[in-house]
Design a protein around this ligand. Structure first.
Ligand SMILES: Cc1cc2nc3c(=O)[nH]c(=O)nc-3n(C[C@H](O)[C@H](O)[C@H](O)COP(=O)(O)OP(=O)(O)OC[C@H]3O[C@@H](n4cnc5c(N)ncnc54)[C@H](O)[C@@H]3O)c2cc1C
Length: 455
């Protein structure tokens, strides 16, 4: 690999740079396996992450290692692929150079003949970026581990709380956004409170934990259609999740949040933990790509592409996965896999001097959401499954798609133990780690009450 946009060593072969090793980037790299090209996959993380199981990592069932695989390991047999750990910061589309920042902050330019932008999306706070520290979203392993510490940390704080009001506040979990991730987290927190932690504390009753789920829409899991959405609402209600639908969260602070209902009334809810899964937006690298190429972007900053997945006027630049804006395709793993594969094949054909493949067509394989043990909903074509049947289907899909044989076996064994014994092994943290939770724990002593709390 060369600095300053130089040719990569051993080159001569066309250079393909892929930004992002998520589903889109990984499937693009795999599709180029037999092509005479030299691929550089750049990611700021050293791993490929299976985002659909992040919530199980966040709630102590699976470890971070079980839902991720080192990119180098995944692509070890792809002899034409090189992995670079760096953050892409800019693009010079004229010189065909990608600007990156290496882990210690120095810059590295990488030249390309073809570029595949597969950088995904990040959590959006709808202009309230100050909410991010108070209410983490769930997009990365770091997010999941922060959530895990806050959720289990809240029970620890409740156990030694000075008074009943403070105890109840720590035992209240507020979740913003009732899409699949919010629903999955809500179900898991009630489950761990009523099952896993039930016998472990002496001063609190974990099962008294309240889980409040807020959404501006009328029902949870609205994208699954009215029937499954209704089933999800009833299942959550049965689990003890308190649904606050048609309610918009207007403010979040260290004490909880404020929400406005449809009738305009505003209510304050005290909560020890607030989590945010309400929206997504394109990361800064998308704006850099759009500025360098003149590409149009949509409301969320996703990059407009044609049916061949390239940016207008730049047949050498492809956008795939969550970041592409085309026919309102949803941000789903299958879209990323199929578009990544398509972009890789297109480049392979171009390099081989073959005519371009047919335009990209997404084959919708459906979607599934886990609500609680033994209960999930699945929507695929005309098929609608819920309850136990939905859960079995969910299980098979996630095992089939989890990256890496070891992760699959590990997840099956862990789920077996977790489901039969309510066991969650992944919850080790110490008081030394509360530094990571500064915004929650590092609060000034209550007014007039200096000194340690007494019980
Ligand atoms: C919690 C959660 C649950 C989900 N559940 C489901 C589900 O059940 N079913 C489903 O179909 N989909 C689900 N999804 C959506 C699915 O995971 C995404 O659609 C898919 O991961 C998109 O793939 P991608 O390759 O476009 O982006 P990503 O998987 O997000 O990958 C983007 C990669 O780019 C890297 N990157 C970003 N910016 C830069 C930069 N500037 N420089 C270098 N690297 C960069 C990131 O580190 C990352 O590795 C879920 C998503 C989340 C967050």
């Amino acid at each position: 690999m060369g600095h300053g946009g130089d040719d990569r060593s051993g080159a001569g072969a066309p250079r393909v740079v892929i930004i992002g090793g998520g589903f889109g980037g990984l499937f693009a790299a795999r599709a180029l396996r037999r092509s005479p090209v030299s691929v550089t996959l750049i990611d700021r993380a050293q791993h490929h992450l299976f985002q659909p199981l992040l919530y199980q990592c966040a709630t102590g069932i699976l470890s971070e290692g079980q839902i991720s695989s080192p990119l180098r390991e995944v692509l070890a047999r792809h002899r034409n692929v090189e992995c670079v750990m760096a953050e892409v910061t800019g693009l010079d589309a004229e010189r065909r150079v990608v600007r990156t920042r290496r882990p210690l902050g120095d810059e590295l330019d990488i030249g390309y003949d073809y570029l595949i932008v597969a950088a995904g999306v990040r959590q959006s706070y709808f202009g309230h970026d100050e909410f991010a520290a108070l209410a983490p979203g769930m997009k990365t392993i770091a997010d999941a581990l922060t959530i895990r510490r806050r959720v289990f940390g809240a029970f620890e704080m409740a156990e030694t709380a000075a008074d009943a009001a403070e105890r109840q506040r720590w035992l209240t979990f507020a979740l913003v956004g009732a899409g699949p991730t919010g629903v999955e987290l809500a179900g898991q927190i009630r489950e761990l409170a009523t099952r896993t932690l039930r016998r472990e504390f002496r001063n609190i009753r974990p099962e008294m934990a309240r889980v409040l789920l807020f959404d501006g829409g009328a029902a949870p899991l609205a994208s699954f259609g009215e029937r499954l959405s209704g089933i999800a609402a009833r299942t959550l209600d049965g689990l003890g999740v308190e649904l606050h639908m048609s309610t918009v969260v207007t403010d979040i602070d260290r004490d909880g949040l404020e929400a406005r209902a449809k009738d305009g009334s505003t209510t304050r809810h005290r909560a020890g933990v607030v989590l945010w899964t309400a929206g997504v937006e394109a990361p800064p690298v998308a704006a850099a790509v759009a500025a360098a190429t003149g590409a149009a972007t949509d409301r969320c900053g996703r990059i407009a592409v044609g049916d061949d997945l390239t940016i207008a006027g730049h047949p050498e630049i492809f956008v795939v996965g969550d970041l592409l804006s085309l026919h309102k395709l949803p941000g789903m793993a299958e879209v990323a896999m199929q578009s990544g594969h398509h972009a890789g094949r297109q480049i392979g054909r171009a390099v081989a001097g073959q005519p371009a493949a047919a335009p990209f067509r997404y084959r919708d394989l459906g979607s599934a959401a886990y609500i609680s043990r033994g209960k999930a909903v699945l929507s695929a074509g005309p098929l609608r499954l819920s309850g136990f049947a939905g859960w079995v289907a969910w299980l098979f899909i996630h095992i089939a798609f989890l990256t890496g044989y070891r992760n699959r076996v590990g997840a099956i064994l862990t789920w077996w133990v977790a489901f039969t014994r309510d066991d969650r092994r992944e919850r080790a943290f110490t008081t030394a780690q509360v530094g990571i939770m500064d915004d929650v724990y590092d609060r000034p002593p209550p007014a007039g009450g200096a000194g340690p709390a007494k019980r």
